[in-house]
Design a protein. Structure first.
Length: 637
């Protein structure tokens, strides 16, 4: 069957040769195409003739330039099939010449046979036998050099001469860090013209100093646009060679075919050493170039093609910085969900004076440049006036409790929490506390965390740089009283108004009020300022010489209005909640008759008066000056 196929192809080839000898020459291109077709047919015949021989012939003698025979043919056929050798059109197999020597040297470099001189001797025969006649089955490593063999297929333009053109390709980064792996440091575009070209060598110019290869880079690789690593080398005094005043690294032992009239992009990737001397990082930049004629490829005619012409045509300079892990940072800030200043009633426990896990503070911790392990955290919880205390404290993140600590002299220490904050990520922590011993006298509690209270390390166990702080708002604690929740706030402007004003502004506040631990009483409007307001100009509390009024209605539900003393408007029974809407109106003119002006004004709810017995008077002022309890602005024309 094989002989029949050989005979058939031989007949075709002979006919093609006969036709070619008499065919009219329609143009050089047509003749070249016919010659290429003939060369392809001859190569197929020779491959079929030697196909079984390559598998059956054993190499028992040394082969070198001038050798002939079936073993030379078998060697050449495998080298061709693996992309190490291209046989020019019309050249017969079986003679060991210069092309075969160069191909054997390329295979030796990929297979780890040293020296890679092109002499097929005992070492080469042993390596050939070890790979079962397949010199590129899997990656081979030797002397720090790795080759993955061939990509891009075989030459499809036998006998055709080509041109190789190499130009620079962009590299996105200009700064590398200690420990970077497989970072792109140079890139180039290679274009094959007229013929397919098999790129088989890249030579890099590393400059005039040894620093670049023995202190900065540890390894360099050639990678094609598909991500295949074609060759790589560990940088040392063996792989890097000095020629004149410059040092060079040659990556070879591969074959990457570029189809004719197309372009492929290649990258030089490098591993940066883990520990670089600070002087070499801070004061130097390092340049890698393609050497002049640094890219060598073989065209369809078996001719070596070289590019670029100059060593300055493809070049890239890199600067270096300490490892990202060494510059990792931790930034602390107050969280957006930190409770606003508010009154809290502790109404639990046997003596109605306790409240568990009150939120005091939320704070954000952001890690940059590396994962950061937060091992310990110290929070400060201070208190003023009253008898209430914060006892046990708790630390949460993502809704999960990660630590607890007793409060000792205003300090809560959370040890061994060992929580990792991923690189370039912000995590929000929540600090809570148990309230104990509250009474009717209000106690102010404030929590804070300083960056000095954070103990953290980067991914290699070194301390990280810390900055920022977080401080909560006042949490006002008592054992009995109302809890005020602001439902809504608004302000509107209207022309005209009361007392002959040319314009008026109306602010409306809607509150939910819950009585906790006891009944709570509220006075009538006639009993004076149950609700106190302030007018703000440019965020500053100001006094305007204009008329104003406050009005509100007794809630329709949730309150008691009967059996009250004079001056009392309603009572909210313990455990009940009522909603109150309060309006504050002020004029847009001064007492002299002049307009207030075109400034923007806002209204803030500043105080609320209430009573536990109906006879005493307590004023809640925690909302005074707080923007959360202030309307937006309105301009009075």
């Amino acid at each position: 069957m094989i002989k029949s196929r050989i005979a058939r192809f031989a007949g075709i080839a002979a006919g093609a040769a006969f036709a070619l000898s008499f065919a009219p020459v329609a143009g050089a291109q047509t003749v070249a195409q016919l010659q290429a077709q003939l060369a392809t047919l001859m190569a197929q015949i020779q491959a079929l003739q030697g196909g079984s021989a390559s598998a059956s012939v054993s190499f028992t003698r040394d082969l070198t330039v001038g050798s002939t025979g079936a073993d030379v043919t078998a060697l050449q056929q495998v080298l061709v099939s693996k992309g190490f050798l291209t046989i020019p059109a019309g050249t017969a197999y079986g003679y060991f010449g210069g092309l075969t020597k160069a191909a054997v040297a390329r295979w030796q470099a990929s297979a780890g046979v040293t020296p890679a001189a092109g002499y097929f001797g005992p070492r080469s025969r042993a390596a050939w036998a070890a790979t079962m006649g397949n010199p590129t089955s899997g990656n081979t490593t030797t002397g720090g050099t790795v080759s993955t063999g061939n990509t891009g297929g075989a030459i499809t333009t036998p006998g055709v001469e080509g041109t190789l053109s190499v130009t620079s390709a962009p590299v996105s980064t200009g700064t590398l860090f200690e420990g970077n792996k497989n970072a792109t440091i140079l890139a180039f575009k290679a274009k094959a013209q007229t013929s397919d070209i098999a790129v088989q060598r890249v030579k890099l110019d590393l400059g005039t100093a040894t620093t670049i290869y023995n202190k900065i880079y540890s390894k360099m690789s050639l990678v094609d646009e598909a991500g295949n690593t074609l060759a790589s080398a560990n940088l040392n005094s063996t792989s890097v060679v000095k020629d004149g005043s410059n040092y060079y690294l040659t990556l070879s032992g591969f074959s990457s075919v570029i189809p004719h009239d197309t372009t492929k992009t290649y990258s030089i990737k490098a591993d940066v050493r883990d520990n670089i001397d600070s002087t070499d990082i801070d004061t130097e930049t390092y340049t890698v170039r393609l050497a002049a004629n640094g890219v060598r490829g073989v065209d369809g005619a078996g001719i070596d093609q070289f590019s670029p012409t100059l060593a300055t045509d493809v070049t890239k300079t890199m600067s270096f910085s300490a490892a990202l892990t060494e510059s990792a940072t931790l930034t602390l800030s107050t969280g957006a969900d930190t409770p606003i200043t508010q009154e809290v009633v502790a109404s639990e426990g046997a003596n109605n004076n306790e409240l568990d896990k009150v939120t005091l503070l939320t704070f954000d911790v952001r890690a940059t440049k590396d994962n950061v392990l937060l091992t310990d955290l110290v929070a400060t919880v201070t208190r003023a006036a009253g008898a209430a205390t914060a006892s046990s404290t708790y630390l949460y993140v993502d809704g999960n409790q990660i630590g607890s600590a007793s409060l000792t002299t205003s300090t809560a220490t959370f040890s061994d929490i060992d929580y990792t904050i991923p690189k370039d990520t912000t995590k929000t922590f929540t600090l809570k506390a148990d309230i104990r011993s509250a009474n009717t006298t209000q106690t102010t509690i404030v929590a804070s965390v300083a960056n000095s209270g954070l103990t953290a390390e980067n991914s290699v166990g070194d301390s990280v740089s810390k900055s920022g702080s977080a401080t909560g708002n006042n949490i006002l604690v008592r054992s009995d009283g109302p809890v005020f929740t602001l439902v809504s706030k608004s302000i509107t402007y209207t022309a005209g108004g009361f007392s002959g004003a040319t314009s008026t502004a109306k602010a409306t506040f809607v509150l939910n009020i819950k009585a906790v631990g006891n009944d709570v009483y509220f006075g009538t409007q006639a009993a004076s300022s149950t609700f106190g307001f302030g007018v703000y100009k440019a965020a500053t509390l100001t006094t305007l010489n204009v008329s104003s009024s406050t009005s509100w209605s007794v809630p329709a539900s949730g309150v008691v209005t009967s059996g009250l003393s004079t001056g009392q408007a309603f009572k909210i029974s313990e455990g009940q909640t009522a909603t109150v809407s309060v309006d504050f109106i002020f004029e847009g003119r001064q007492a002299t008759g002049a307009l207030v002006g075109t400034d923007a004004y806002a209204v803030g709810l500043e105080s609320i008066k209430w009573s536990l017995t109906g006879n005493d008077t307590t004023s809640s002022t925690f909302m005074a000056g707080r923007s959360e309890w202030r309307t937006s602005t309105v301009t009075m024309p």
